[in-house]
Design a protein around this ligand. Structure first.
Ligand code: ZN
Ligand code: ZN
Length: 315
């Protein structure tokens, strides 16, 4: 049986703290590790000590996805301990490439019709956390479907894209524990972030389609407890899945209602639906809206046409 300990690590993001999970069976493994801040570092070191685990005892670090609040300290701790970092190739390439968030997404952001002065405000809002890096660490790429062994148990690594293209979750088949990262959270619906398709340059990944397919897979699994990347553990995942689906359904309806009066671009829709957004929040709002628009276009629910480089949508 796997012995699992939750470590709650502070982040400067509005989402609040991130959870790391220490599995004390050999080889000792961390799922998530937290952001690269002095506060997070102090908490993680203190908690590991309280749990009787030395840094050099850590043999594996599972990175669910490349967001800095989840994996910022991976490089530092992997170097100090010699631990292997288990990560999906799509997340590893994001970290390795140090891809510029805006440069990669700029063609998609410009298509939304965002005014130049607002774009300046968004880009000027620098991330408080440094870009994660994995230089000089032993990386083990995981695509999902692998089983990783422990003394007295195992974890199945599963690929659940949508929030991030190479998002991994882990499942303990014996105790039916599911480590969900940002794929399934008790209190918020993860943003289906705008992601370029590495295999089809110039197009976006169907993030929301991927995410909703993942919910179908998860729904059929036998899970006793979900350990999320943020918030407390929960066992009523059927309800959380329903809430997520309902959120997306309502978003489709809100978009349709807004398009009744005439065609709009994604920026106009974003401001109509989220009038209070500012700075980086606008980039997140645009991601959320564009993911829904892509899904509706793909399913023939709405039309779009391009005018002077901007996509306009209509019912
Ligand atoms: Zn995330
Ligand atoms: Zn997160």
């Amino acid at each position: 049986m796997l012995s699992v300990y939750q470590i709650i690590i502070p982040t400067p993001y509005p989402v609040g703290p991130v959870n790391a999970y220490l599995i004390k069976n050999d080889p000792i493994t961390l799922i998530e590790i937290g952001p690269d801040t002095p506060q997070a570092n102090k908490v993680l070191r203190h908690m590991l000590e309280m749990l009787g685990c030395r840094i050099e005892d850590i043999k594996r670090i599972i990175v669910t996805h490349s967001h800095p609040d989840h994996c910022g300290m991976a490089e530092q701790f992997a170097r100090a301990s010699g631990a292997a970092v288990l990560i999906h190739p799509l997340e590893e390439s994001k970290i390795k490439g140090k891809q510029d968030f805006y440069k990669e997404r700029m063609p998609f952001i410009l298509e939304t019709g965002i005014p130049a002065e607002v774009l300046k405000e968004v880009i000027g809002d620098k991330d408080e956390l440094p870009e994660p890096s994995l230089t000089g660490v032993n990386i083990k790429l995981m695509s999902g479907g692998e089983s990783i062994a422990f003394d007295g148990g195992e974890l199945l690594i599963m690929h659940f894209p949508g929030h991030s293209p190479g998002h991994l979750c882990a499942y303990d088949p014996e105790q039916k524990l599911f480590f969900s990262g940002d794929f399934l959270l008790p209190h918020i619906t993860p943003n289906p972030l705008m992601e370029p398709d590495q295999e089809k340059p110039g197009s976006r990944l169907p993030a929301l389609k991927q995410y909703l397919s993942g919910l179908e897979v998860m729904e059929k699994m036998n899970v006793a407890m979900v350990f999320p990347g943020h918030g407390g553990a929960f066992n009523d995942y059927g309800r959380v899945i329903d809430v997520a689906r309902q959120h997306h359904q309502e978003q489709f309806e809100r978009i349709k209602a807004n398009l009744q009066a005439g065609e709009l671009n994604a920026y106009q829709l974003c401001m109509a639906i989220y009038p209070g957004l500012r700075k980086f929040g606008i980039a997140l709002g645009l991601s959320e809206i564009v993911a829904h628009l892509d899904f509706m276009v793909a399913n023939g629910k709405i039309n779009y046409s391009k005018k002077q480089g901007i996509n306009y949508y209509s019912v």
